[in-house]
Design a protein around this ligand. Structure first.
Ligand SMILES: Cc1cc2nc3c(=O)[nH]c(=O)nc-3n(C[C@H](O)[C@H](O)[C@H](O)COP(=O)(O)OP(=O)(O)OC[C@H]3O[C@@H](n4cnc5c(N)ncnc54)[C@H](O)[C@@H]3O)c2cc1C
Length: 220
């Protein structure tokens, strides 16, 4: 059984047929999303903050400056809601009303803790680094004790989650299919350009394997 428990927090009310509570649907969305948006409330004021992430089993890992309000909120054990969005296409229906987007999105609920133990913290930072470009950690210089001290790393237990996916052509009203209006889908994908070497790169350093693999994997 890979489904998350469902209650009022994660039950899809709008278009539930597009939804799923299955880890096998939800986790690939989290893993493919380069960034997430973390929502939390403080004294009744909602905030939504974009940030990098990584996933390890049923936990999310976030990192940042020690002074980060978001990380302090999580360290204190308060609940958060994290959203992940992959945009796959613009759906142009014959009517403005039925126009839409194709997407894969996930919403996660949980609460977290700070990761203090040095080896666990280092491993969590490795996961976040490799989430962006797989394999980059083993090519880069690892953090110094001073950098580690300046960084907070938190782990959020995924208590509940949901996914919602739209794919396919527009869904126009039956009478609109006869209209002389173009309809269809504009596929969207993240574009990855050729690597741009740092102007201060020392001579003779080739593009690393991780970067080559990443560019290859993102190129159609
Ligand atoms: C890129 C993108 C663009 C969208 N544009 C629109 C738009 O313009 N108008 C519009 O009405 N809707 C849009 N949606 C759908 C939108 O995300 C909501 O699902 C919808 O608006 C219903 O909101 P609600 O609060 O009534 O959801 P409810 O169904 O009441 O939400 C209940 C629970 O369902 C889950 N849930 C809801 N939405 C999502 C989701 N997208 N992904 C994962 N879990 C979810 C959450 O756990 C949530 O707590 C868009 C979605 C994406 C990903």
């Amino acid at each position: 059984m890979t489904d998350f428990p469902i209650d009022d927090r994660n039950r899809l009310r709008r278009k539930p047929a597009r939804g799923s509570f299955d880890r096998d649907i939800i986790y690939p969305i989290i893993d493919e999303a380069p960034i997430c948006h973390v929502g939390f409330a403080e004294n009744g004021q909602p905030f939504v903050i974009p940030t990098l992430h990584a996933r390890h089993d049923d936990t999310l890992i976030l990192h940042g400056a020690k002074a980060s309000r978001l990380l302090k909120h999580i360290e204190a054990g308060h609940p958060v809601c994290v959203a992940f969005t992959l945009l796959d296409g613009i759906v142009l229906a014959r009517s403005a009303f039925s126009s839409s987007v194709n997407y894969r999105s996930a919403v996660v609920f949980g609460a977290g803790r700070i990761i203090d133990a040095e080896d666990e913290k280092m491993h969590a930072l490795e996961l976040v680094t490799n989430h962006i470009v797989p394999g980059r950690w083993s090519e880069a210089r690892i953090p110094t004790p001073k950098e580690m001290h300046a960084t907070s790393v938190v782990s959020i237990t995924i208590e509940q989650a949901s996914a919602k996916v739209r794919s396919g052509p527009p869904g126009d009203e039956e009478e609109d299919y006869a209209l002389p209006i173009w309809a269809g889908v504009l596929p969207l994908a993240t574009w990855v350009g050729d690597p741009v070497p740092d102007p201060r790169l020392a001579e003779g350093i080739p593009t690393p394997e991780s970067v080559g693999r990443y560019v290859q994997s993102q190129t159609r």
